[in-house]
Design a protein around this ligand. Structure first.
Ligand code: GDP
Length: 447
């Protein structure tokens, strides 16, 4: 999910970030590409348009373009807008009522409603996420589909959650009433009602939902939609949200190859947060939905925002100033590299940071697979094994010296070569940045 969207956006932003200065036209071109990428991911047209307008306005309107890192700033604006689009305040279930709290599940047939009911029940019963374990009762109100009630009973046995005994022939509203009574009498914390689905949205279904909701006064009404159905999922959600007071959405089949449009449009169209994502058929394949993580995944750069924030926190002003002065002269030796590496370690990781550093983008994959922090420690050891002269003049390091450095640091000549190559690339990049006048901004980012 989100892979092709992520690739497309990645391309757009690499181009933006690759430049020192940006013009308004650059941003507008990039945003046109973003809009096409969103539409291809099946994001609803008005949502895509609104998104791009908002981002463009922010990106060209403020001092972003005159800033020292315009590309990076634009990406941050996009990131923030994505989080907002996904529902910044998304939360898990609110069950803070006098028990039993009723959770009503609604949705079309085949959307994964019954499966999700059992998944959520299991999660609540197990107290996932540091919550109190709940005593949960499930009841199926689906009298249309043959065996629907038995299906829930079977899942209940599987996840070790009680289900309401089946009374053949009883109608949904009566079942709801009986379930509520049982939950009250038997001291359940949560009652989950799995309602009947239909193949399409129809009035009889909506009336039934409303009648059940009136009896059961649910604390949460969750709409289950299949993310693979793309635009249809959004239309269904809109229909439901107009008639039933939904409190949230569960998107199923996020493990499939949906293009992501449903997830991205859902909040804007229904005004309701996505609370969970179903990620498989197994009973534990359910995740709380975190907009910021999903946005990070879409932008393919982990959590760039918190990285920048963390960088700002861990920068030591003096170091930054000393480095700035050196780099302004185009100087970047092994001591500088070592300083940068140590800072990265303080900031908690190499793989993610490497992608943000000019000249290290290419090394990122290799670094990540080499096992992040271990690599940092090795590099530090290698620089530690260099003589003072070698550190200031790395070009002195010939084959013989490499063998000595490798031995001294408990690494290999190959690793020494990699380190030298990285230094070379960074040094070149620093010179380029200096020429573009973007040094100050980069330093602000790196420390
Ligand atoms: P209902 O008619 O809405 O109650 O749908 P069901 O709960 O019976 O689910 C229909 C099918 O979808 C079942 O085979 C489920 O195992 C499957 N399913 C449900 N959620 C997910 C999901 O998140 N991922 C995948 N891969 N399959 C799912």
């Amino acid at each position: 999910m989100f892979d092709s969207l992520s690739d497309r956006l990645g391309g757009v932003f690499d181009r933006l970030r690759g430049r020192g200065a940006l013009t308004e036209a650059d941003v507008r071109t990039a945003m046109r590409e973003v809009r096409v990428a969103l539409l291809e991911a099946d994001v609803a047209l008005p949502v895509a348009r609104q998104f791009v307008d908002k981002v463009t306005e922010e990106a060209v309107g403020q001092n972003v373009l005159r800033s020292v890192t315009p590309g990076q700033q634009v990406v941050k604006i996009v990131n923030d807008a994505l989080v907002e689009m996904l529902g910044a305040d998304a939360s898990e279930l609110d069950l803070s009522v006098t028990p039993p709290a009723v959770v009503m599940m609604v949705g079309l047939q085949g959307s994964g409603k019954t499966t999700t009911t059992a998944k959520i029940a299991k999660r609540l019963a197990a107290g996932v996420g540091g919550r109190d374990r709940k005593k949960v009762l499930m009841a199926s109100l689906d009298v249309n589909r043959p065996n629907a009630q038995e299906q829930l009973a079977t899942l209940g046995t599987q996840v070790e959650v009680a289900t309401l005994p089946i009374v053949p022939g009883q109608q949904p509203v009566d079942i709801a009433r009986r379930a509520l009574q049982a939950a009250k009498l038997q001291g359940y914390d949560v009652l989950m009602l799995d309602t009947a689905g239909r193949l399409h949205v129809d009035q009889a279904l909506m009336d039934e939902m409303k009648a059940v909701a009136e009896i059961a006064t649910p604390q949460e009404i969750l709409l289950v939609v299949d993310s693979l159905t793309g635009q249809d999922a959004v239309n269904v959600a809109q229909n439901f949200s107009e008639q039933v007071p939904l409190t949230g959405v569960v998107l199923t089949r996020m493990d499939g190859d949906a293009r992501g449009g449903a997830a991205l449009s859902m909040r804007a169209v229904t005004g309701k947060p996505i609370k969970f994502a179903g990620t498989g058929e197994k009973m534990d394949a359910l995740e709380a939905f975190h907009p910021s993580r999903v946005a990070g995944r879409i932008l393919g750069m982990g959590d760039v925002v918190s990285l920048v924030e963390r960088a700002a926190e861990s920068i030591q002003q003096e170091d930054a100033e000393r480095m700035t002065a050196r780099l302004a002269k185009g100087q970047f030796d092994m001591n500088d590299l070592r300083g940068q590496l140590q800072q990265m370690r303080r900031m908690g990781g190499l793989g993610a940071l490497a992608g943000m550093m000019p000249g290290m983008k290419k090394a990122q994959g290799a670094l990540a697979t080499a096992g992040g922090d271990k690599m940092l420690i090795h590099m530090d050891a290698m620089i530690g094994s260099m003589t003072v002269k070698e550190r200031t003049k790395p070009e002195l390091i010939n084959a013989k010296r490499k063998i000595r450095i490798a031995k001294g640091s408990g690494t290999t000549v190959q690793e020494v070569n990699k380190l030298l190559k990285m230094h070379q690339e960074m040094s070149t990049a620093m010179k380029k940045i200096k020429k573009m006048g973007g040094l100050k901004g980069m330093m602000a980012m790196l420390g």
